[in-house]
Design a protein around this ligand. Sequence first.
Ligand code: UD1
Ligand code: UDP
Length: 361
Amino acid sequence: MTLLHVTGARPNFPKAAPVIAALAAAGVRQRLVHTGQHYDDRMSEIFFRELDLPRPDINLGVGSGTHAQQTAALMVGLEEEFLQTRPELVIVYGDVNSTLAAAVTAAKLGFPVAHVEAGLRSFDMSMPEEINRIVTDRLSDLLFCTSPDAIAHLAREGVDPDRIHLVGNPMIDTLLANLDRLDAQRARESLGLPERYLVATLHRPGNVDDPESAGALVALMQSAASRADIVLPLHPRGRAVLEALGIADHPRIHVVEPLGYLDFISLVRGSAAVITDSGGVQEETTMLGVPCLTLRPNTERPITITHGTNRLASADNLLALLDAVLDDGIESRMTPPLWDGRSGERIAHVILDWLDARETA
Ligand code: UD1
Ligand code: UDP
């Protein structure tokens, strides 16, 4: 009996770590597949060095491509892996192409699927992640939700309530488990940043792929840099476009390689505010009480606005919002329910009960 975890892209790793640890504590046999969707040391390997994650049992080495090329390669590699391992349950994380490919491949072979971070919806079908979320949820036998809104979405889509579990947020488990290891001052000084600085991350296709929107974004970041220095760990997606447009030319924009988890979270914790289009960073800033301005027209994580420090921003209002948070900070309301560092344990309990019930049946 083997539980098989599928990971492959940067945001998968901090979500999977606490689930794998909790199941390991229960003595269950597990296998960790890395699809190879992300492969640079700083997008992948560094998380295995820093977080409580076992070495992957296999790396499928799928790499980059168009959506169809990448998803097809993922499905071919995963099909072979699933047929060899014949897992009792395939556990998938988040909303990346590795998540979708694993859910489709497992479901067609008849292997049950558990989706960690189910039910989030941006209602924006131009985002590849929204398609991945909807399909993955439709095919999942166990759906683990990080927020009550996700449960409401799944209920509206007709998912059997017995399959849905509100468990809190395993990415926040990882954050809380690592708080003692953070050193904001060291991280700031090692990059030569002044005491007051901003952190930015930008990688959504809608922001960085098209040179016209990327150009507007560069101009916006340059204006923001007139308020405070910005450290921008640049995701490989869009790096060439943003650099060609001069993102690194401004003296107060510090463009660096993607950072390891501990350095990144240390910098976020010590920052005056974050400008981002990341999903996970909206949640981490909410937990840390750091103002977050999300450069997107929507979010699949509205709880970070209703309960947290996140605000949606656009080119039209970013500077005004930034001025306001730099002057007054932002009121941090309450922690979202069950974001308490124990989500991995809750997920493990549900899975163990599910395995017992299957054995009995
Ligand atoms: C993927 C996810 C996105 C997630 C992001 C997290 C999908 C559809 N998108 O986007 O939801 O927010 O990961 O970081 O799954 N590249 C490298 N080195 C790497 C990985 C990628 O250079 O290690 C470059 C390649 O040029 C590649 C491009 O980045 O073509 C995009 O990579 P890909 O995995 O397709 O999508 P992301 O934009 O990273
Ligand atoms: N992150 C990191 N280094 C960076 C940028 C982000 O370790 O330079 C972490 C971040 O703290 C979070 C995860 O990567 O845990 C989020 O991944 P990303 O923004 O790539 O994906 P998304 O959440 O948008 O899908």
